[in-house]
Ligand binder design. Structure first.
Ligand code: NDP
Length: 244
């Protein structure tokens, strides 16, 4: 893959809101042909209307391996190739370990960790052909775990572990692996937290700082994907200046 995004084919998961939406729009503005997927297909279709370039709107549930395979195949069928997979879909159902609803753990593992693995598995043959790139949206929680984020952090540590193995397996074949680790970004992410006390903490935290915006993360992704072929930006940690 060259260092221009003009005409490159990118598949973005979790593109119906927040960071995924911002990445899809930024890459479209940079000239990429974008396949954008999420479960809320209506919102992905509205993204397709807002993006300047060609966008393929896909209904995608990353927890379902067949849905992931179908999304990759639909992308390649429409655009003829796949240059970049942006593994962004994720949920953060923060809470203490004691007394937790373990179905929330299952959802996080299936979405953040297994879902991103399924996407790599399906996309990799195409990325090897195009000498493409995988962008993994991890988190600062993929580096530092903290109380009430044990399972979420475990999924993001897992993403990093998987990404490093992937990097070692494919880098000599020209596929680049980028792990992006955002701090607090103002999106819908925290609205899905079911524990009212943790939900309130997240709100207080958001109000205490100038949070990142989804576009800040899109800028980091654009930077990584715009480097010359011999430069692999493997990891970007990006926090709000106000976040300790
Ligand atoms: P949002 O809640 O705004 O976006 C999450 C996206 O993931 C949505 O588009 C949602 O779409 C999608 N998604 C969730 N479950 C599935 C699924 N099963 N299949 C397909 N898509 C799914 O939050 P963010 O934009 O903040 O989150 C994006 C990523 O960034 C996540 O991986 C998150 O962990 C990470 N991140 C976010 C930070 C933050 O502070 N906001 C900090 C660090 C990392 P739909 O519901 O329509 O399927």
């Amino acid at each position: 893959m060259s260092n221009t995004l003009e005409g490159r084919v990118v598949l973005v998961t979790g593109a119906s809101s927040g960071i995924g939406r911002a990445i899809a729009i930024a890459l479209s503005k940079a000239g990429a042909r974008v396949a954008a997927g999420a479960r809320r297909a209506d919102r992905v279709r509205s993204l397709a209307e807002d993006a300047p370039g060609e966008v393929l709107a896909l209904e995608l549930d990353v927890t379902d391996p067949q849905s992931v395979r179908d999304a990759v195949e639909a992308t390649v069928e429409r655009f003829g190739t796949l240059d970049v997979l942006v593994n962004n879909a994720g949920v953060m159902l923060s809470g203490q370990i004691l007394g937790a609803d373990t179905t929330e753990w299952t959802r996080m593992v299936e979405t953040n960790l297994l879902g991103s693995m399924y996407a790599v598995h399906s996309a990799l043959p195409h990325l090897l052909r195009s000498k493409g790139a995988v962008v993994q949206i991890s988190s600062t929680s993929g580096r530092v775990s903290s109380a009430a984020s044990g399972v979420y952090a475990a999924t993001k540590f897992g993403v990093t572990a998987f990404s490093e193995a992937l990097r070692q397996e494919v880098t000599e074949q020209g596929v680049r692996v980028v792990v992006v680790e955002p701090g607090f970004v103002a999106t819908e992410l925290t609205t899905h937290i079911t524990d009212p006390a943790i939900q309130a903490m997240a709100k207080t935290m958001a109000e205490s700082m100038r949070t990142l915006q989804a576009e800040d993360i899109a800028g980091a992704v654009l930077y990584a994907l715009s480097q010359p072929e011999h430069v692999a930006v493997n990891e970007i940690l990006i926090r709000p200046t106000d976040q300790t």
